[in-house]
Design a protein around this ligand. Sequence first.
Ligand code: FES
Length: 327
Amino acid sequence: MKDKIIIKRDDFIFAKKLLWKMRSKNSRFDTKEFINKGRDYLYNYAEQNVGPLDPSKRAFLKGLLIGIGVFAVASAIPLINSLNPQEIYLKTFPWMIIVDSNGNPIEASKIPVNDPAILLFEYPMLGDITFLINMGDENNNPVAVPPTEVLIPETGKTYHFPGGVGPYKSIVAYSAICQHLGCVPPEIHFYPPQYFKVGGTTPNYIPPDAYQAAQAAKAISIIHCDCHGSTYDPWHGAAVLTGPTVRPLPYVQLYWDSNTDYLYAVGMNLNAPPIMDHSSDLEGVAYLDGYDEETGCPKLLLKKGQAVTNCYTTLEDFGNTFQGGSS
Ligand code: FES
């Protein structure tokens, strides 16, 4: 069993929020400013984006940065995930409406097809980042993602993936935490058909074996992790195309309300491998801000235009990782 460092749950949540903000398009951490202004810039940044820094958080932040180096923000996330704060459990999966950064429900028919931008929401707990992808063909027409049985190479077992949702059954949601060692976006990201080429637009590190495996599976787009080369097939439940991972990316079950065009995250499949470093998808360290602990987020269908008061998870745009691309 691997060693784990025990840290305070509050510090863990703080670190997760900070790293999330550092990588967010709207509040990206400016490394040049950090070089110019030093640690004070980091402290100010943390206070502005996450909240007041008490002495304990300041000390934790200092220790964390000494440990990882401020430029290795990407590598910090698997490290943070390997820490071991006190765990809490959901009794059941909540129904959470997916909203934009202004709190307005997103509409399924407005999600761009084959968007190279990294769209992420958290579900079911804090830090459980999940891709939201509208799948399409080479001409960016939405294409239905069919139900399928997904093989877990590690165990030889299979589980059911129910397929895409939305007006064209083309919208899918998969964990954005690589099942190999936990790399997160932008290291793991979606390659739409226009970028899915060996030697294509940077950052395109697709090795020939991943390309061949995708062709054999008739996948015209993939999810690929640049850390060590794991490749997943978003057309077939994020099944493994190439290792080193031996586990598919777990999916989040979506519900599309055809009356409002709103999307809900409603559950996960407990027969699938759990989210990386989780003993169960129902386990985590903190509830999402929009989770209603009292009610446990019962099924909540909004009327068109109705304000969201609880049970929501926010979709964030992490920008287009491809060089020269715009999101
Ligand atoms: S962490 Fe993704 S391939 Fe290793």
